[in-house]
Design a protein around this ligand. Structure first.
Ligand code: NDP
Length: 268
């Protein structure tokens, strides 16, 4: 029997991309999954894919809402526990960048965008985690955060996104240190380029997004950019105590080797 059979999992930002790929993998493993996002149509598509992966209709809970809305965290956690009776895993995946000021330096971008990046990539992670912890304590569960290699490297032309994504690294370490005392494991996966619609969601055109991924594909030591399932598999590994119990506050760089390339001799 799968480790995740009958386990209850929340995956934020699962109406698309990495979150969708992750939700489908959990569903395939027999988990009961709460899926979330703002777009009803794409959320329904995630549900369809979970059902195709073998989930039973009653084991997928759809919750529509904006993660940056302060009341959303309570709705998400309460509805999940009311429906499924417990919570075993929280995946803080929702997030994103902004294309509005691409190419500008960090001091040339309005502070309002910094607030937006912090609301979307940081504050909601803390809010949802705070409410999930009492339930995760009971199940000796796990939290997996999804950050980015942009947290530590000047790789992308989105300075505030990078600054915002650096916070979850420290949040992962802080949460891991305090929550392991109550039996909850916290880890993070920091992806490199992953083929999703995230660049368009940030405000770019489809052509700009294709160009970014094409460029990334050409410099990836692996020879291809990531796909959502690549990251989903790592998330399931980190959430699976039977496989990764020894990892506490660990940050997995999942980037196809892009960060080990020499900046001075990229072809070496
Ligand atoms: P996508 O744009 O494909 O998916 C983002 C998901 O988050 C969607 O389900 C979207 O739902 C949801 N979301 C975004 N904003 C909100 C909001 N305000 N309220 C509720 N839900 C929201 O992005 P990715 O899958 O690419 O990104 C997932 C995570 O991975 C993010 O944290 C991102 O920063 C990180 N990441 C991605 C990389 C990549 O190359 N793709 C690289 C490194 C990190 P909806 O549209 O329905 O609102």
């Amino acid at each position: 029997m799968s480790f995740f059979s009958e386990k209850v999992v929340i995956v934020t930002g699962s109406s698309n991309g990495i979150g969708r790929g992750t939700a489908v993998l959990f569903a395939k493993e027999g988990a009961k999954v709460t899926i979330t996002g703002r777009n009803a149509e794409t959320l329904r598509e995630t549900k369809q894919q979970c059902l195709q992966a073998g989930a039973r209709e009653e084991n997928i809970l759809e919750i529509l809402g904006d993660v940056t809305d302060e009341s959303f965290a309570a709705k998400l956690v309460t509805a999940t526990v009311e429906k499924f009776g417990k919570l075993d895993v929280l995946v803080n995946n929702a997030g994103g960048s902004s294309f509005a000021n691409i190419g500008k330096g960090i001091l040339d971008i309005p502070i309002a965008e910094f607030d937006q990046m912090m609301d979307l990539n940081v504050k909601q992670v803390l809010r949802i985690s705070q409410l999930a912890v009492p339930h995760l304590e009971k199940t000796k569960g796990a939290i997996v955060n999804v950050s980015s290699i942009a947290a530590r490297h000047n790789l992308l032309p989105f300075p505030y996104y990078g600054a915002a994504k650096s916070a979850p690294d420290q949040i992962t370490i802080q949460m891991a240190g305090s929550l392991i005392k109550n039996g909850i494991r916290v880890n993070s996966v920091n992806p490199g380029p992953v083929l999703t619609n995230g660049v368009v969601a940030a405000g770019a055109t489809k052509e700009e997004q294709d160009k970014m991924f094409e460029g990334a594909g050409q410099i990836m030591p692996l020879g291809r950019v990531g796909v959502p399932e690549d990251i989903g598999k790592i998330i399931l590994f980190l959430a699976n105590r039977s496989q990764s119990e020894i990892l506490i506050g660990h940050i997995v760089t999942a980037d196809g080797g892009i960060m080990i390339k020499s900046a001075m001799f990229p072809d070496s």
